[in-house]
Design a protein. Sequence first.
Length: 386
Amino acid sequence: MVICNQTMTTEEKFNLITRNLEETLTEEELKALIESGTPLRHYIGFEISGKLHIGYFFLCLKIKDLQDAGAETVIWLADLHSAINDKLGGDLEVIKKVARGYFTDALTVLFESIGGDASKLQFKLCSETYSENPDFWLTLLEVGKTTTVARTKRSITIMGREESDDSMETAKLFYPIMQAADIFLLGANIAHAGIDQRKVHVVAREAATQVKTHPLKNAKGEQIKPVAIHHPILLGLDFQGGTSDGEADEQAMRSKMSKSKADSGISIHDSPEDIKRKINGAFAPEGQVENNPILNWTKYLVFYNQGDALQGDAFRVRREEKWGGDLEYSTYQDLEKDYADKKLHPQDLKTAVAGWLIQKLEPARIYFEDPKRKSALAEIEGLTSK
């Protein structure tokens, strides 16, 4: 059960904000921020490309945690960043159309489907916000002066690019600095992204004391660093890990569900048949816990709210009596143990996870079945498939 944020203690807010994260920079600073009484302002930015996938469902769960803890949330529609990174052919007008004509609606219905209050989300389009704040470019220069070209090139990996690619356009070097400067422009004292975006958040934190145009301050008027929270990356369904821990970690960072690999993830618009087919085709060796996409999704989606007294019924895995009958799990740890001990077969788990996803994504699927919305979605699919 989520406690009303007005009555939450510092510890309760802290635990809600940090659950299911990979990392918090830093936990001490987050506690101090909450204790100071400074209004919490949280931002998460999105490139605009194809249709929303199940990873956005996971992000909505974390955004709701912050909302329940009393934070104000800005959804940053990074159209200029998307153009720099060649999304949708780098066509800024197409990117804007998708951002306002599809992305905002899709994320809104997804957020409402998990019990969030979408009316409290602030959707801001990057190009519009830059135009309204021409002094942003001073902030960009302030951040740029705190880092080196070599470090900026190392940060290019946040775009899915290789830092060693000397043939890339100069504009792509602006991207990490823009992303770091966005935090100050938006007054976000909590910057949120996947663990793959860590490098740019470190740049922003190190630049914080040098930013004078849009400085971050606490309730006492003291200049502060943004707290950075990093969620884990949901593995693509085709992820098979590496030959070493380091290689597996690197592949996991690059194993985001890809538009170019349709079966590596699930769209929020996928039919029940498509969801079943994709889940059934996922990599999930019997007894293997590490580098297992189905267990990864079970942990971070099905059991996201583990520990919440009102999380609902236990997760049921239906099986024929000849195979031992149905199984029920109230904790992920129990499910993982049964899987490792080969008491839970991969196919049985896949069937249960597919059924769970079909149910959870139904509101978004129904929303876009409305004739007008279906027509708009078809137009967006045409734009994103070029």
